[in-house]
Write a protein that binds this ligand. Sequence first.
Ligand code: GLV
Ligand code: MN
Ligand code: MN
Length: 431
Amino acid sequence: MGQGGARGQRENRMMREAHREAAERVSQARLWQRHMAMARIGAIAGNGVNRPALSDEDIAARRLLIEWARAKRFEIGVDAIGNLFVRRAGLDPTAAPVMTGSHMDSQPRGGRFDGIYGVLAGLEALEAIDEAGVVTRRPIELVAWTNEEGGRFQPCTMGSSVYTGARKVEDFLDVTDNEGTVLREALARTLAATPELREHNFNAPAAAYVEAHIEQGPLLEQQGKTIGVVTGIQGLRWFNVEVFGKTDHAGTTPLALRQDALRDAIAIIDTLARFARDPSDVVRFTVGRMLVTPNSPNSVASHVLFSVDLRHPDPATIDRLGRSVEPLARDAVRQCTLKVTPTLHDDPCVFDAGVVAEIEGCAQALGLSHMRLPSGASHDAMYMARVCPTGMIFVPCEQGISHNEAENAKPADLAAGARVLTAALLALADQ
Ligand code: GLV
Ligand code: MN
Ligand code: MN
């Protein structure tokens, strides 16, 4: 081996050593305290969080993140859908950043870790790298995506879908929440709350993206592993199904003369549930949202809107399931008219082999137990995977419980995931 080779190897080793040192700077106490501080914003009974996208609580969470980022003099920006960016500069200002992040919005009865963990782990990584004094070639950029959950405004993964050019911001401006608030107004209020931030463009080039998240399933805990190296995300289809009937008096109108939107909605849901029945229990079928008008015990329902969420890891199967929704609904409807609107069409994604191997290597180098696994939940990484090499890091959550106030995770596991994230970001930032 020539001298250059030996020097190269030595430099490589020193670089890896610097990455490990930065990873060791991750502060478990700071990371946990920040989770608890964020959990106070929108806190609900049972240790849960209700922090809907583009709400006052979301704005408060953004302000807190900005305050922490400002204290470290990181650059902060926001784009036109409200995605919030925190950047630590690299040596080469023209190089595309390595990105990390997740979301700060929650489900209506959500927990303290879904989404916010990936944001706080990303901030922790930036701070650990800064405190270790590591200089990277590329900038490292944290992003808090707008409306990942889709609990208030549908669909989910809205911010990342717009950022990556898969959807347009105009597609979503007229979407309303259950109270009739229009997204356009909620977004304008959110952006007006941070007028000082620099404007960030959509679809700025990214060198790579790594997202940390709690697993939201039981596998890591069952297998006694600390780090999940995520291989991909299953496909999804979302629909809004609207049934139009006629309101009538519940006591006087003979059943045969009714156009009962709720009765037809139930028939449609029953048909779809039978169709989605799967002995191997891989198909996921959920109707989780329903709006009934006029929603009175003694008036026949004139209008029902309900959601359909379908998921499967196989592209052909999710396609077949998705294409069947409207014809099955039309067959099932009896007295009313029907409108089926697709709101989300995400094919399964497979993460980049190089990023997956890098995450695995970092977990190994840090002496953390790990396993590969696919994601049943959806994430913004699904959209980033369309535009740059992408991967995800999972950490265990108690009994796999998520989208539930009881969601819980161990401080040591959260810190371990942040260490792997730090090392992976550093490795990718020098490529
Ligand atoms: C995101 O929480 C999802 O729906 O998987
Ligand atoms: Mn999430
Ligand atoms: Mn979620």
